[in-house]
Ligand binder design. Sequence first.
Ligand SMILES: [Fe+2]
Length: 212
Amino acid sequence: MSTNGSYRAKEFNLSGLNGISDRTLEMHFKLYEGYVKETNKLTEKISEILADGKVDQEEMPAYSELTRRLGFEYNGMVLHEYYFGNMKRDGSGDPDKGSNFVKAAEASFGSYDIWKADFVGIGKMRGVGWAICYENPVNGRLSNHWITLHEVGNVAGFNPVLVMDVWEHAFLLDYKPAERPKYIEAFFSNIDWDACEQRLQKGMTARSSAAQ
Ligand SMILES: [Fe+2]
């Protein structure tokens, strides 16, 4: 792993969302910056261990712990970027009927409403984690998944199209712990469906060039 490829926290301009306060967002951005910092720190420490070209037996416990934590921090960083990146002020609620997202949801679930029932249902599951709608890059099929913490349940190689944080820190300043459904409703009203279309477009472009 490169030691000079450290990450920088991205900036997101999201103030004025519907039902998710600026206070929540400011706190959430700070948490996200923590994941970026930890990812860099762990990467650096692991590279120090690797500097002599091997992992010594006595280094193995520390190396293992750092590497396990890296999965948590790395996914925490990346998922927050997807999450902040798929919200915007004055969102439209549901996507346009003619959008590629709706077409993909219909092809995969029978209807957009069934897709949404599944995604929202996953978002209401008990525990800390994420609801993620992925596109299978091979066939364009959408599927929704529960991710525990940040790193357990991500599907390797799949393209995250819509990412929703359902850790309590995402809504606890605005809603009670039992009011997660209200937060999910607010999240939906803020979705940037254009961002989701762009993510889908990447997969479609890759498939069409592979078919040629
Ligand atoms: Fe979060």
